[in-house]
Design a protein around this ligand. Structure first.
Ligand code: AMP
Length: 325
């Protein structure tokens, strides 16, 4: 019997930050290595066209995510790794799904509202969740590992699956989201907001040098007082504690005990050390991979051919269900 499928993607819109890693990529690797699932991970380049699209830099951004996937531990022998735009059924299915997607549901999406306020408000930004639904259900994905900012999109995907199945007969599987223990890493400069590529100053990027990482963490916004404890009125320290706990696999309470009576500066020095130690090997592997760009891209192009086989089969079923000849 086929294992349940896990699928997720990341947009090539710049280097990955530790929120992308701790909220998503780390989980991709764990799920792959569990060997309990059929795993598929892709570079969401079609999605990335909706944001400040930069055609000159796009190939480098795609290569950057490809190398990050491999450096973090994704392995083409265990997972299908591919590029979304190389698998045309994603766009085809997105169109069909758009015809059963209520405008009202799309207008309610918080990510759309947030992005439309900040950038060029294009139709692609509005229909982004329909393409995301297509990405997922083309492969009958049962689980989708993402940060919690994607929960609303997953909910819409489930709605569309139910709607399509009711209208045209059982075709798609309803996916569930899978979160890590840290589904929302907060910004270092504004710990009330999530860490986001759109606000680079608040991000620690996984390939920041040791010097830059240390500088960013040492100057992270902290709260009034001096106690290193996780509390609602201490969003800055709580965020650093959660990040450190995930990286060291030490419970937050143990870290609080370790820093009892010590000040924020001593704690931040420790956070910087732990973060550097964790990401240094990934950074080194990635730097090496970036030098073999053709080999890296070939891995993804080969993966796209595999993905096409699965996706095209599903599309023929969909087309016949909706009556396209
Ligand atoms: P994107 O860059 O929007 O394609 O996001 C890639 C993945 O990273 C998605 O699964 C997001 O949910 C996740 N992600 C983005 N920002 C954060 C964050 N600050 N904390 C946790 N997960 C995040």
């Amino acid at each position: 019997m086929q294992k349940p499928s896990v699928l997720s993607g990341i947009q090539p819109t710049g280097p990955l930050h530790i929120g992308n890693y701790l909220g998503a990529l780390k989980n991709f690797v764990n799920l792959q290595n569990s060997e309990e699932y059929r795993t598929l991970f892709f570079i969401a380049d079609l999605h990335s066209l909706t944001e400040n699209f930069d055609s000159k830099n796009k190939p480098t951004q795609v290569l950057d995510i490809a190398a990050s996937f491999l450096a973090a531990g994704l392995d083409p022998k265990l997972s299908t790794l591919f590029i979304q735009s190389q698998v045309p059924p994603h766009s085809e299915l997105a169109w069909i799904l758009s015809t059963i997607t209520p405008m009202g549901e799309l207008s309610r999406m918080t990510q759309y509202k947030d992005k439309a306020d900040r950038m060029d408000n294009n139709v692609g930004l509005f229909t982004y969740p329909t393409l995301m639904a297509a990405d997922i259900i083309l492969y009958d994905a049962t689980f989708v590992p993402t940060g919690d900012d994607q929960d609303q999109h997953l909910e819409l995907t489930r709605t569309l699956v139910r709607k399509f199945n009711a209208k045209f007969g059982q075709t798609f599987v309803e996916p569930k989201n899978l979160h890590t223990e840290l589904p929302r890493v907060m910004s270092l400069t504004n710990p009330e907001k999530k860490m986001s590529k759109s606000e680079p100053a608040g991000c620690v990027f996984i390939d920041d040098s040791q010097e830059v990482m240390t500088k960013k963490i040492m100057s992270a916004v902290t709260d009034s007082g001096s106690e290193v404890v996780s509390r609602e009125d201490k969003p800055g320290i709580s965020n650093l504690l959660r990040i450190t706990s995930t990286l060291t696999e030490k419970p937050v309470a143990e870290l609080e005990a370790l820093f009892k009576g010590k000040n924020y500066g001593e704690f931040k020095k420790y956070v910087a050390q732990v973060t550097n130690d964790y990401f240094a090997p990934i950074r080194e592997r990635k730097a090496k991979l970036m030098k073999t760009s053709e080999k890296v891209l070939k891995i993804f192009t080969d993966g796209s051919a595999q993905a096409n086989k699965i996706a095209q089969k599903k599309m023929s079923d969909v087309k016949s269900k909706v009556g396209l000849v």
